[in-house]
Design a protein around this ligand. Structure first.
Ligand code: PMP
Length: 351
């Protein structure tokens, strides 16, 4: 603790990301994609004209926003890009959520949201998940100072359909509703098509999960022009937006390869369902998931012990040491071989 830190930073419980180990482990702890990025990404990196790096990037990231807009079925003016969706979320907190009324969010969702609240002086009000561990859309107030949740939610994996989201947007017309779609490509339903009807909707997305580019740091937001213009007011000049020239070229190559994108996400979904069945046979309860991870618990075995047992045998999963999640493990979906090793090791530990 330092006297030089601001009061908010002194009180902050920092976000602790999942471990990034140096040794070769089967890494199922931070929801990365087990498959490589599109092959065009390698071509761009190999052939990129290095002299371009002498120059500042296009100040409006037009090429990347055009490619994203085409992919999402919207116009460029509705798209904002940044260095990872974490950065886009940070800008959204500063732009929209410093209001007199509290920002509302589920009690269990992405653990960065409370950190941003503390950092940016945003008061928050949380709502428990419903009895099925889904985000309780009815709990949000019509006059909230803003609403944020991940859909599909993290770390539970449940996603609400578009009609349910439309109902919330209709009811909370005066509040910005930020829907974090980091995991939507693994079986969720995107709210982006609702943007035309609801100027209060902001959807964020990332290249880190379904596009296998977590090392690149590329995220985006889609929303009405008035919301996008708000974000543009708050961004740093040449830092967060535009994104750097090389990242932009890589991201465009990834968007170009629809076939690879579809194949990877289908592989993840198939492996997820196969893993579910096998874990259920071992006595695990597996929450239904529309994401690239599953949240599981075993009524007879302690999750913290299972975490350590897996770790000792070279498999890294996520255990959250919070009251509600203490009995659960969150397991990222890897390749079939990785999941075979996971299931075999759990067979050993639970046998
Ligand atoms: N939202 C959610 C729900 C996440 O789980 C993550 C990644 N941990 C992010 C946003 C941030 O993703 P990125 O900054 O890599 O785009």
């Amino acid at each position: 603790m330092s006297k030089f830190w601001s009061p908010a930073v002194r009180e902050l419980t920092p976000y602790v990301p999942g471990e990034q180990p140096r040794e070769r482990l089967i890494k199922l702890n931070t929801n990365e994609n087990p498959y490589p990025p599109a092959s065009g990404v390698g071509t761009v990196l190999r052939d990129y004209p290095v002299d371009h790096l002498r120059l500042y990037p296009d100040s409006e990231s037009r090429a990347l926003r055009d490619a994203l807009a085409a992919d999402l079925g919207v116009e460029r003016k509705h798209v904002f890009v940044g260095n990872g969706s974490d950065e886009v979320l940070a800008l959204a907190f500063q732009t929209f959520f410093c209001q007199a009324r509290p920002l509302e969010m589920p009690a269990i969702s992405y653990s960065f949201y409370p950190v941003y609240c503390k950092l940016y002086g945003v008061e928050r009000r949380t709502h428990p998940l419903d009895s099925q561990w889904c985000v309780d859309l009815d709990a949000f107030s019509a006059d909230a100072g803003g609403i944020i949740f991940a859909n599909p939610n993290a770390p539970t994996g449940h996603g609400h359909g578009r009609d349910a989201i439309a109902g919330l947007l209709e009811r909370a017309k005066e509040s910005v509703v930020l829907i974090d779609e980091a995991y939507v490509d693994f079986g969720g339903e995107s709210a982006v098509p609702l943007m035309a009807r609801f100027p209060n909707l902001l959807v964020t997305g990332t290249f880190s999960k379904s596009r296998s580019l977590a090392g690149l740091r590329l995220g985006y937001a889609v929303g009405s022009q008035e919301l996008i213009e708000g974000l543009e007011r708050v961004k740093n000049s040449f830092n967060s937006y535009p994104v750097d020239s090389l990242a932009s070229a890589v991201a465009i190559a990834s968007l170009d390869d629809v076939e690879h994108f579809e194949a990877c996400r289908e592989a993840v979904i198939t492996t997820r369902e196969r893993t579910r069945t096998r874990l259920e046979k071992l006595g695990f309860q597996v929450l239904p998931s529309q994401a690239n991870f599953i949240l599981v618990n075993h009524p007879q075995f302690d999750a913290a012990q299972l975490f350590l047992g897996l770790r000792e045998r070279g498999i890294l999963v996520r255990h959250f040491n919070t009251d509600v999640l203490r009995d659960y493990l969150r397991i990222t979906i890897g390749t079939d071989d990785e999941m075979d090793s996971l299931v075999e090791t759990l067979e050993l530990l639970c046998g």
